[in-house]
Design a protein around this ligand. Structure first.
Ligand code: HCA
Ligand code: CU
Length: 372
């Protein structure tokens, strides 16, 4: 199975509180995403600010392999701005939940449908491909979503995107949702999952494997509030668990994550799957001794596949095999006495990790003690 990925780091990701990318940074990120192998790049919402529009245009001008999509409200003026940028796709969003129709837009379903279909037709008449998202899809009345989506497709929408805008879904619920909508809608479905309960990546995988064609992701899971599904998690899981046929350059993930960590100023957790500092680092004695026999005991994602190296750390959790392995790596001849005494010393210490120079120093102290 080949899955499609839309990266929206430059649109949704820039909505992370405090994050703002320069135009050059956006171009660099878009080029990395293109090389990695995503299918779509959502480059921004041109109407929001002049520099966002400039960046969307600059990215479209790069003629990268992924399709470039601009975010638009259901307004002709937004489509005009997207046309100025030279993108091939627009993503039009308009919530048709009862709450939004009543409280935000003060429109009936018929009025909203008219606005949405008019904007879609306008975009289509100007040669654009169109994705329509009933924002907050999954908390909206299903019948309304269905009627408006059918009207959108009739007006020319090429894709319908299901948005879990509030991050309220579970893998089971989103699977049912996709299956139900897919029975009625005859264009490919996209999925956009927020991470308010930490389920965004799991929900996206579930949706993809229940019939959605494409998932929205961001680098490092950036986005409004707790962000959305994470590029590294989704693509690595698709490859290793679901045997995706895509040719993503997964070994670029650490680089891509690092670039966005620096440009966004949002630190990646040490515990983050795939790209976190600790993701391939082993600590407890029993883990390390099993790892030295066969890494598969505790390394379920082959580290090389995602451009990482296996590591072990030394603190009071360390077993003798780990100590021997580490001393060896540091070029210190480790006989049994040295390993045993090093281990004894280590267990008396607080659990701070030892840096390489501290390991060398302790080995020397232990050796000197042995010899005196
Ligand atoms: C937003 C909300 C959105 C839109 C998704 C889409 C969501 O920030 O405008 O247009 O496909 O989560 O519903 O990101
Ligand atoms: Cu969103």
């Amino acid at each position: 199975m080949r899955y499609q990925i839309l990266d929206t780091t430059l649109r949704e990701g820039e909505q992370t509180p405090g994050v703002s990318f320069s135009i050059n940074q956006k171009i660099e990120i878009a080029k990395l995403l293109s090389e990695f192998g995503v299918d779509f790049i959502e480059a921004g919402h041109p109407v929001v600010a002049p520099n966002i529009k400039k960046a969307v245009k600059a990215i479209a001008d790069e003629n990268l392999k992924p399709k470039i999509i601009a975010h638009c409200r259901a307004q002709r003026s937004d489509i005009d701005q997207a046309l100025d940028c030279g993108v091939s796709w627009v993503g039009i969003f308009f919530s048709v939940s009862d709450k939004s129709l009543e409280q935000r837009f003060r429109k009936s379903e018929e009025e909203a449908t008219k606005l949405i279909t008019d904007t879609i037709q306008y975009a289509k008449d100007h040669g654009l491909n169109v994705r329509y998202t009933p924002e907050d899809t999954v908390r909206s009345d299903f019948g309304t979503v269905l009627r408006v989506s059918e009207a959108a497709v009739h007006a020319g929408a090429d894709r319908i995107s299901i948005a879990d805008t509030g991050g309220v879904m579970t893998p089971e619920k989103i699977s049912d949702y996709v299956k139900r909508l897919k029975q009625k809608i005859n264009v490919p479905l996209n999925i956009h999952c927020h991470n308010d309960l930490g389920l965004a990546s799991a929900n996206s995988l579930s949706a993809l494997n229940s019939g959605a064609r494409l998932a929205d992701v961001t680098i490092n899971g950036l986005g409004e509030r707790c962000g959305i599904a994470d590029l590294s998690q989704v693509c690595t899981a698709l490859k290793t668990i679901y045997r995706a046929e895509n040719n993503w350059k997964l070994d670029m993930l650490p680089e891509i994550s690092d670039v966005v960590e620096r440009y966004s100023g949002i630190k990646v957790s040490k515990q983050a799957p795939v790209v976190g500092k600790n993701a391939f680092t082993h600590n407890a004695g029993l883990h390390v001794s099993a790892m030295l026999i066969d890494p598969e005991h505790y390394e379920t994602i082959p580290c090389g596949l995602v451009g990482r190296k296996r590591d072990i750390v030394i603190d009071k959790m360390a077993g003798k095999e780990a100590i021997r392995f580490k001393l060896d790596k540091l070029g210190i001849q480790a006989n049994d006495d040295l390993v045993n005494n090093f281990s004894k010393e280590l267990k008396l210490r607080e659990s701070n990790l030892l840096k390489d120079h501290q390991i060398k120093r302790l080995a020397k102290e232990v050796q000197d003690g042995n010899n005196s």
